[in-house]
Design a protein around this ligand. Structure first.
Ligand SMILES: [Zn+2]
Length: 113
């Protein structure tokens, strides 16, 4: 993975139950380490990966934050599916199936709307 962006989400540590912000890297849209949150709209017009305005896309995300800042427990789940609809980041969840990403350099996959 070369250039990327970052999705910031709130996470509750499964060990110490402390809430913190964690960072997930992904490569979709103009990639220039832009920081996004759920509900934000992807930017285009630079180092673009993928195509704008696709109805439904699943984007590969990998955890940048390695461990809980409070208790130092390493995070077990480190790969995610980021759901993007018409360039809006809708939700993120634990990756369901890595083999879905055997296209588009592993960065994203178009889903049927
Ligand atoms: Zn913790």
């Amino acid at each position: 993975m070369g250039t990327f962006n970052v999705l910031k989400i709130q996470n509750i540590c499964s060990i110490c139950s402390i809430r913190s912000e964690i960072r997930i890297q992904f490569s979709f849209g103009d990639t220039w380490q832009f920081e996004y949150e759920i509900g934000d709209t992807i930017r285009w017009g630079g180092y673009d990966i993928g195509k704008p305005n696709l109805p439904k896309v699943k984007v590969y995300g990998i955890l940048e934050t390695e461990k809980c800042f409070n208790c130092n427990s390493p995070y077990i789940i480190d790969e995610f599916d980021i759901l993007v609809q018409f360039d809006v980041i809708m939700e993120v969840q634990k990756m369901a199936n890595f083999s879905d990403y055997l296209v588009n350099d592993g960065d994203y996959v178009e889903l049927s709307p």
